[in-house]
Design a binder for this molecule. Sequence first.
Ligand SMILES: [Zn+2]
Ligand SMILES: [Zn+2]
Length: 185
Amino acid sequence: MKIGVFTIGEVDLRLLYRLICCLEERFLYKFLVSSNYPPPSSAFNAVKKQYFAPALMNKAKLSFHEDVKYSLGITRLDLYSSSLNTVFGDANLNEKIALTSYYRLSPEFYAYQNGENPLFDRLLKEAVHQLSHILGLKHCYNRHCVLYYSSTIYDIDQKSSLFCADCEKKLKKAAAYDRTNDFHA
Ligand SMILES: [Zn+2]
Ligand SMILES: [Zn+2]
């Protein structure tokens, strides 16, 4: 079972490959970097100067290879979603597409410093979080768990990139289900 990774616009490739290494350890799926898309002008809101996350995911979906069941998009574009002015990421549960932007995770937006490598740590947490949603996991009330809902950068910094024991169990169950139902492995 593979997870397809796509990028939209220019991304830092060192950051991307470091992220994929960490995700492969967490999820025990193979990750395959498939395609890069130019930022579609149809998803751009000129007033907000931001991209509409659901539209970006829809656009990417059109060219997915059929044996990729799950997809994760990484971008540096500034995103918003239906009810939120700014989002760090989004997930389309029906199409099993997750999207994470590291634009607003950058320390340059925030006056305080947190950790050695805040950008990478935050990106890992957000990518793990969104990916878990498309694997079927919901938000968790444990504020240290990676599946805790984070609306601010402080929430992200408070939590860990790991799952709590309950979510870890759920993830293993979801992955085991996928393996027994995967005929392309
Ligand atoms: Zn979430
Ligand atoms: Zn949890």
